[in-house]
Design a protein around this ligand. Structure first.
Ligand SMILES: [Ca+2]
Ligand SMILES: [Ca+2]
Length: 137
């Protein structure tokens, strides 16, 4: 497993360095909120929603929508997206949507299911995850 190593001398950039066996990759740790918090695999719906926040020094407006995937597989939908501050914490966020059935196909029932969002902002990879509940009834 790759380990996350904090680089303490550049905290304002909010980078972490992730070491693999062959290289060190610069990753921006994103804050991700997957909505809904409880996903019912039986429920009908068109989309699920994800809000992405980046650490200071990175601009969510520069996120390349086409680079965003959920669990490395489901691509974000090109439209609609929205820049805003949905949780009113003064950190700008980007809302993206994913095809609901495509996401549901990737997830299994569980009380704590991790959903990971990765993508690129200004050419640099970011990732972040949220924990949701997945039910099937
Ligand atoms: Ca959530
Ligand atoms: Ca926010």
């Amino acid at each position: 497993m790759a380990e996350d190593v904090q680089i303490s001398d550049i905290p304002s950039q909010g980078y972490i360095a992730r070491s693999t066996e062959t290289e060190v990759i610069q990753i921006i740790p994103a804050t991700v909120d997957f909505d809904p918090d409880t996903l019912n695999l039986k429920a009908q719906g068109k989309w699920v929603t994800v809000y992405i926040e980046l650490p200071m020094g990175h601009d969510v407006a520069q996120i390349d929508i086409s680079s965003i995937t959920l669990n490395g597989a489901a691509p974000a939908i090109a439209k609609p997206t929205e820049l805003g501050d949905y949780d009113a914490d003064e950190v700008p966020d980007l809302m993206v949507k994913f095809d609901r059935s495509g996401v549901q196909a990737l997830l299994e029932v569980g009380e704590e299911v991790e959903v990971t969002i990765t993508g690129k902002v200004a050419g640099i990879t970011f990732d972040g995850s949220d924990t949701i509940r997945v039910i099937d009834k």
